[in-house]
Design a protein around this ligand. Sequence first.
Ligand SMILES: *[C@@H]1O[C@H](CO)[C@@H](O)[C@H](O)[C@H]1NC(C)=O
Length: 415
Amino acid sequence: MLTSAASPRRHWGHPVPPGHRAMLSRGPALLLCLLLLLLPEVAGEDRAESWWDRAGAPTVKKVGKGLKDRVNAVTALSKKYWAYFARQVWPQDCDEEKEAASKPLGWTLPLLGQRYLGILSNWYCHFKECCDRDDCRIINNITGLEIDLSTRLHGQHLVREVVLKSVKGFLSVPQPEKPLALSFHGWSGTGKNFVARMLADHLYRDGLESECVQVFISMLHFPHLKYVDIYKEKLMEQVSDTVRRCGQALFVFDEAEKLPPSLLETLKPLLDHYDTIKEVDYRRAIFLFLSNLGGNTINEVVLSWLRAGRSREEITMEDLEPYLQADILKSTDSNFGHSGLVKENLMDFFVPFLPLEYHHVKLCARDAFLGRDLEYTEEALDKVAKMMVYVPKEEKLFSAQGCKSISQRINLFLP
Ligand SMILES: *[C@@H]1O[C@H](CO)[C@@H](O)[C@H](O)[C@H]1NC(C)=O
């Protein structure tokens, strides 16, 4: 399979003199693209679904899907792939299109749908620097990220600082030594997913829907230990295909504490300082690992800080990170801390998400009203905030669910 994947590229891999291009018609290339879109294998991809909408559709179930399902999926996806090609192909014309169109079957059959995309985009990128410079899929709006982190993320001064600095620094280097790996820690509802989504939104034109972004949720994508070998293969394939198509790719691993040990080891080389692994260069990719590991430790530090009468905003990374890291390393109910990823220092930062207090929950409620263009009163915000459970029992300082489901909760206060 790999041999046949390589041959068309070798065959076409030489640039065409600019003068030739204009004379040739676009027709054959369009035909070729349409043909590719209709191939059944393309239906195996599920990246068009968004992160939250994926519930109940584990990837493994796709094996053995009926023809009808495939056709439906192709119809739904083809628009997206078409748009992708149109961006890359338009208005490029060249000699090789004719050749490609005249013998599509010779090389198409043994390949997986996703590989076509890789091959074709590599091919077009020989003529047009579409994958590295001025890539229209990548926006890297650091200003937007900064604004969002400071106005819509509440109570997380450390996250704001660490995420912004590390991402900004990473993106400013043309050739980083290793991929950026950030490990987000904290209780649920403190904003880990929210920040991951912000990154997707501000770095990629299509946000989480971007073909450069992949989200993996442990319990959804890797639920059964007995299939771990299949998961491993599929994960490697998806990650390498995504990076091949899109050098600055973003991978989000939600519920990272539940990742099986062998998957963690599979990921390890990708996050290390290698120039290439099987001809793929991962060093411009960004990996996020989201987990609740260390959440209790973070909360204890914040609690002792508040009990001592100090403000939470005075807490620095130096105050928190050593405790957090020690806690992650010694955690016994998860493999994450014992994985090579953590032990061999491949994580660039452990980012602590602090527990949220009553006034943060009110801010989340305010955002939820504003986000839906609704009027709100101070009283309504208080009512929403009072619906949450606060811990510990004595002081009732921290919302046990953070700002989780606030947007659903405000429904109760609508007329
Ligand atoms: C970056 O994001 C900000 C805030 O969302 C927006 O106002 C601005 O237009 C964006 N800039 C670019 C270049 O897209």
